[in-house]
Design a binder for this molecule. Structure first.
Ligand SMILES: [Zn+2]
Length: 124
C-alpha cells in the first residue's frame, strides 16, 4: 500500500508528501480514527510531550464522546487531518463518489471546528 499525504494551502493548491523531508526526524501518525483507544494515545503523547497527526474518518465521529475526542485533538499540539469519510479504496470510486468522500469529511470538520481540513491522506 502506498500512502500519500496532501497538504492543502488552498482549494486549488496542494503539495504531495510521499517521503520524509527532514533527516533524522520521524512523523507519528494514527490512521482511521476516532478509535476507542484514541484518548489513551493522547494521554501517552501528552505524558511524553510528543505530538502526532491523527487521520480521521468522519463516519467514526458519530457521537458526543467521539466528537469530544476529536475536539481534544484539535485543541492540542497534535494535528487532526482528514482521511475520507468512510475509508473506501479510492481507486474503486467514480469521480462523484470520490469527491463525496472528501466533501463529507470536510463537512464533519466544518461542523466541529468551523474550518476545513488542510492535511489529508489516502491509500492507493
Ligand atoms: Zn486508513
Amino acid at each position: 500500500m502506498k500512502l500519500i499525504v496532501l497538504f492543502f494551502s488552498s482549494v486549488a493548491s496542494y503539495e504531495i508528501i510521499s517521503k520524509c523531508i527532514d533527516v533524522n526526524h520521524i512523523a507519528i501518525t494514527f490512521d482511521d480514527g476516532i478509535h476507542a483507544n484514541t484518548e489513551k494515545i493522547l494521554d501517552i503523547l501528552d505524558y511524553h510531550d510528543v505530538s502526532a497527526t491523527f487521520f480521521v474518518n468522519g463516519e467514526n465521529i458519530k457521537d458526543k464522546k467521539s466528537e469530544d475526542v476529536a475536539k481534544r485533538i484539535y485543541n492540542s499540539n497534535n494535528i487532526i487531518a482528514t482521511h475520507t469519510y468512510s475509508h473506501p479504496y479510492l481507486t474503486t470510486l467514480n469521480e462523484f463518489n470520490l469527491m463525496r468522500e472528501f466533501y463529507d469529511n470536510e463537512l464533519v470538520f466544518r461542523n466541529l471546528f468551523g474550518v476545513r481540513p488542510v492535511v489529508s491522506s489516502y491509500r492507493l
